[in-house]
Design a protein around this ligand. Structure first.
Ligand code: NDP
Ligand code: DXP
Ligand code: MN
Length: 452
């Protein structure tokens, strides 16, 4: 990190984007000579906010990206009004996101766009060998094997920003160091997945296991099909969202305002609804499978309403290591930016003068049927991820606009998955075709639902 970090913030107008801007401003204050700067910012519709963020950054970003072409004129007027025209270049359209992601003026890309819209820029950043701070979990849900294979090829460091995956990444630090010391990364070998595509190793898988005597590509302590040495399970925590204690009938009648009232995190609308259905945890199971190259049956979910324990790793001796901090995304964002270094962070530390109650509660799968879909999709891989994601990205806005009920979201996703013909080794083009198909199918199914 001696050469400094020039960061492209894709999705700068969102919740992750705002937190990233704050983290970088703090790093600049704390380490003024390290060269931290915002190289580019992107926004889609919130153009006022985009220009404001560019104005606040110091130095101002070289490039301002507006991915929605309809907002080009407005952006250019606001840039002129803010007297940024001489210092910032405006680049417009979805391809401009890719240009920002692969620019030679950028070291690190924060993938903070929501949903499938973030796929191309994230994938191209990975292909270009950038360090990628990954908030956009949908990219791995849609195309996990493609992305991890690309990272393996380019040497891109894919560092999770999602709080649970950052926690797991932190809990695995010792195992990662042990494995890395023993053998060079050239001996990486994937064990999960069932297709030629999905057998690609994950960039973050732990090296060295196959080359050690007696391991045969398996876990050090003999767990079949599992190559994290000494690791038994990854345990994702879920807050349970606003309906943790609601009855099924209450959930059926839930309004968008109620569903958007997350108890512990302040996030964008789409992920907040995903948290309420627990589809967010489904997406995170699939994300963990690809990021850490573990089979679905090595991943568990436990409800932790306080969102202080961000996730846990259980080792073969029964020991469990967890990562704790108050719910604030600035910590995992900074960790992804500065890894392997730890620096003072603007997120508050865990206050020790007050009482903290931390509970771990089993999930009620009956009330949260979306969760089972995540386990199933992570188990079968192939085309299932893109179909689940496309259906969910269709269902969430339908719920928010009052066209379907809250509980219909999981129903539509399940029905869309049931209606698709599973393929185990799809190309990226095929995945994109199925993204379109799943959205159409989910919309058709929604037409058959009447909201009384
Ligand atoms: N917020 C959080 O704490 C966490 C978020 N994540 C993940 O991070 C990602 C971002 O979430 P969050 O910040 O909450 O979301 P927000 O809704 O707050 O922000 C989304 C960002 O994506 C941009 N965007 C939306 N649609 C498009 C499009 N079609 N093309 C290009 N850009 C687009 C938005 O631009 P504009 O606003 O200008 O329209 C905005 O900058 C999601 O994948 C989420 O799952 C993961 C863990 C935690
Ligand atoms: C902050 C973060 O990482 C979110 O993904 C968060 O985990 C959502 O909370 P839920 O646990 O309610 O899904
Ligand atoms: Mn999360």
């Amino acid at each position: 990190m001696t050469d400094g970090r020039r960061v492209a913030i894709l999705g700068a107008t969102g919740s992750i984007g705002a937190a990233t801007l704050d983290v970088i401003a703090n790093l600049q204050k704390y380490a003024p000579d390290a060269g931290w700067c915002v190289a580019s910012v992107s926004g889609h519709r919130r153009i006022d906010q985009l220009i404001e963020s560019a104005q606040k950054a110091s130095p101002v970003p070289q490039t301002i990206v507006v991915s929605d072409e309809q907002n080009a004129r407005c952006a250019s007027d606001l840039i002129a009004k803010a007297e940024l025209a001489e210092r910032c270049r405006l680049d417009v359209g979805p391809e401009a996101l890719v240009r920002a992601a692969i620019s030679p003026d950028v070291d690190t890309v924060v993938a903070g766009i929501v949903g499938r819209a973030g796929l191309e820029s994230t994938l191209e950043a990975v292909r270009a060998g950038k360090r990628v701070g990954l908030a956009n979990k949908e990219t791995l849900v849609i195309a996990g094997p493609v992305v991890t294979a690309a990272a393996e090829k380019s040497g891109s460091e894919l560092l999770p920003i999602d709080s649970e995956h950052s926690a797991i990444y932190q809990c695995l630090a010792e195992a990662r160091e042990n494995a890395a010391v023993k053998t060079p990364p050239s001996s990486l070998s994937g064990v999960s997945g069932q297709s030629s595509v999905s057998q690609q190793p994950s960039v973050n898988s732990l090296p060295g296991i196959n080359s050690q005597p007696g391991f045969n590509g398996q876990c050090e302590f003999g767990s079949p099909g599992h190559k994290l040495p000494g690791v038994r399970r990854l345990i994702l925590t879920a807050s349970g969202g606003p309906f943790l204690n609601a009855s099924f009938d209450e959930m059926e009648a839930a309004t968008p305002a109620e569903a958007l009232n997350h108890p512990t995190w302040d996030m964008g609308q789409k992920i907040t609804i995903d948290s309420a259905t627990m589809m967010n945890k489904s997406l995170e199971i699939i994300e963990a499978k690809w990021l850490f190259d573990v089979p679905a049956d090595r991943i568990e979910v436990v409800v932790h309403p306080q969102s202080i324990i961000h996730s846990l790793v259980e080792f073969e001796d029964g020991s469990v290591i967890a990562q704790l901090s108050p719910p604030d995304m600035r910590l995992p964002i900074q960790y992804a930016l500065t890894y392997p270094h730890r620096l003072p962070c603007p997120a508050p530390p865990l206050e020790r003068t007050q009482r903290w109650d931390m509970s771990l509660i089993p999930v009620d799968h009956e009330r949260f049927p979306a969760l089972q879909l995540g386990f199933e999709v992570a188990r079968v891989g192939g085309t299932a991820g893109v179909v689940l994601n496309g259906a969910n990205e269709t269902a969430v806005p339908l719920f928010l606009s009052g066209k379907i009920r809250f509980t219909d979201i999981a129903r539509l996703c399940k029905q869309t998955l049931d209606d698709h013909h599973h393929e185990s080794a799809p190309s990226l083009d095929r995945l994109l075709e199925l993204d379109t198909w799943s959205r159409r199918r989910a919309a058709e199914l929604a037409e058959t639902i009447s909201v009384a």
